[in-house]
Design a protein around this ligand. Structure first.
Ligand SMILES: [Ca+2]
Length: 496
């Protein structure tokens, strides 16, 4: 690719963007403005005076839920009355991205506010031999990648950041950021943890390919073996909220639903849900024909609805305790849906660089700060959550930590346009960049240049018609790669 040097005016002209659209509030650096994302010290924090009591935070993440698999996103099939209720009380985002098309790096970016390539976790921590039916022995598992890799301990995670503002933090569900003692939630700023530390489990046995995985705090526990995991994360989150109702809390609930079960049995069980629940909500279901596409879809939908009901209980509790008005509730899926999930109208699935892998359903409710029953079509990402919460807590950005997002509160409130103009993704050799409305993908599952403003389904490849745009977007990607390469190196994957 030829070396391309563009000044700001050329760049804006080529991208067909107005100068006004490229301006970042509170940011005067033209280079940062061209980059679009307020990197590092340019992070556009809209610091608000902290009230007497900073808002509580309930952050809920679903696992592999499809873009179209919520009632409020248009599904006529999947029942999510409580997520729909959440959206009715706040804002539903249509243009919200995660940083990676699968679990671990997406969650790492959420908690650090940084690109995977910056925080060092730019791939999964998992044992791939299970794909070939290899059951790890205890000794093998103890030294396997899944066990020994973890988020670099120099990274500042949301709970540690919030600690400065007096928050108590709990996580109930899937951690996925390392299993050795030093990587576990209690060593990373959380005060309470009940859940599993690897990247997926059987919903009832809580085993990951034969390895028992549920923990309370730092210790493995079998106290709830046999109970459906969603019930457990609901129970623990409700307990935590009740216990800490009088002080600011951060309750992080990353459900394992509706991720497929990590189970060696062939055929693999896929998504699991209680039989009577599937029948009650989705009709006739015969467990003897569990491997038809319809049966798999029914289990997936039931797992989503079951999770939705658990979320409803949390929203009810906030109401009962009189906390709802001073609680930020955020929900999103960690990546696009796979298997029988419905990502319509987006192209592709979990794992893909197309929108179906990385654009996800997201809802935010914050009474008094964000108007109810609104829709936000602005370009936003999960990296905006760290700065948003930091600002809500009355804190500035952590010192010396370059963030890759900005406080999106004013955008969610409809008072400002998003200052995000660019976003970049890399999963091994698969690459993607979005600059303005143009999206470039180069991947093993397809490539092209697409205009998302006219072609959200990424069907019409414009590479040949718009070679200059293609060159510009690729140049932006290369500039981002360079920036990431210059960042202070982080474990575990980077060679330094
Ligand atoms: Ca996932």
């Amino acid at each position: 690719m030829p070396e391309i040097s563009l000044n700001r005016r050329d760049f804006i002209k080529k991208m067909g963007l107005s100068a006004a659209a490229m301006t970042i509030p509170g940011c005067t650096s033209s280079e940062t403005a061209v980059l679009g994302t307020p990197y590092g010290e340019h992070s556009a924090f809209a610091k608000k005076p902290a009230g007497n009591k900073p808002p509580n935070i309930l952050l809920i993440v679903s696992d592999d839920q499809g873009y179209n698999d919520l009632g409020c996103y248009g599904s006529g099939e999947v029942k999510t009355p409580n997520l729909d209720r959440l959206a009715a009380g706040g804002v539903r985002l249509t243009n919200f991205y995660v940083t990676w098309p699968a679990c671990t790096p997406s969650r790492g970016s959420l908690l650090t506010g940084r690109y995977p390539q910056r925080n060092g976790t730019y791939d999964m921590y998992r044992n791939y031999l299970v794909d070939f039916d290899h059951l790890y022995t205890t000794d093998e598992y103890a030294v396997s990648p899944e066990m020994i890799l973890g988020m670099d301990t120099r990274e500042v995670l949301i709970p540690r950041m919030l600690k400065k503002a007096g928050y108590t933090s709990g996580i109930f569900g899937k951690w996925d950021l390392g299993q050795l003692h030093r990587f576990l939630p209690l060593q990373r700023g959380f005060d309470e943890f009940y859940g599993f530390t690897n990247t997926g489990i059987d919903y009832w046995t809580h085993e990951r390919y034969g390895v028992h995985s549920m923990r309370r705090g730092n210790k493995l526990t079998t106290e709830d073996k046999g109970t459906y995991a969603t019930d457990l994360f609901r129970r623990e989150a409700l307990r935590f909220i009740k216990k800490h109702k009088d002080k600011p809390f951060f309750c992080y609930v990353p459900f394992n639903a509706p991720h497929g079960a990590s189970n060696l049995n062939r055929p693999r069980p896929g998504v699991q849900a209680p039989l009577e629940y599937i029948r009650r909500h989705y009709g006739e279901y015969d467990p003897k024909n569990a491997n038809t596409k319809r049966a798999k879809r029914m289990r997936y939908m039931a797992a989503v609805t079951y999770m939705d009901e658990a979320i409803g209980r949390m929203l009810d509790l906030l109401d009962e305790l009189g906390l709802a008005d001073n609680t930020i509730v955020i929900f999103f899926s960690d990546n696009g849906g796979s298997g029988t999930a419905d990502n319509g109208p987006l192209r592709g699935n979990k794992g893909d660089m197309f929108e179906g892998g990385i654009r996800v359903p997201a809802i935010c409710r914050w009474p008094g700060a964000i108007p109810a029953a609104t829709i936000c079509n602005e370009f936003l990402t999960s990296m905006e959550i760290f700065p948003m919460l930091s600002s809500a807590a009355g804190l500035g950005p952590p010192k010396g930590v370059p963030l890759d997002g900005f406080d999106m509160t004013a955008v969610l409130a409809g008072r400002q346009k998003s200052s995000r103009k660019e976003m970049f993704w890399q999963r091994r050799s698969n690459k993607a960049a979005r600059v303005g409305d143009f999206k470039w993908v180069e991947s093993s599952r397809g490539s092209g240049l697409f205009d998302l403003s006219k072609d959200i389904g990424e069907q019409n490849d414009l590479s040949k018609q718009k070679p200059e745009v293609l060159a510009t977007v690729k140049a932006r990607f290369e500039a981002w790669k360079k920036l990431m390469a210059e960042a202070q190196p982080r474990r575990p994957f980077r060679n330094f």
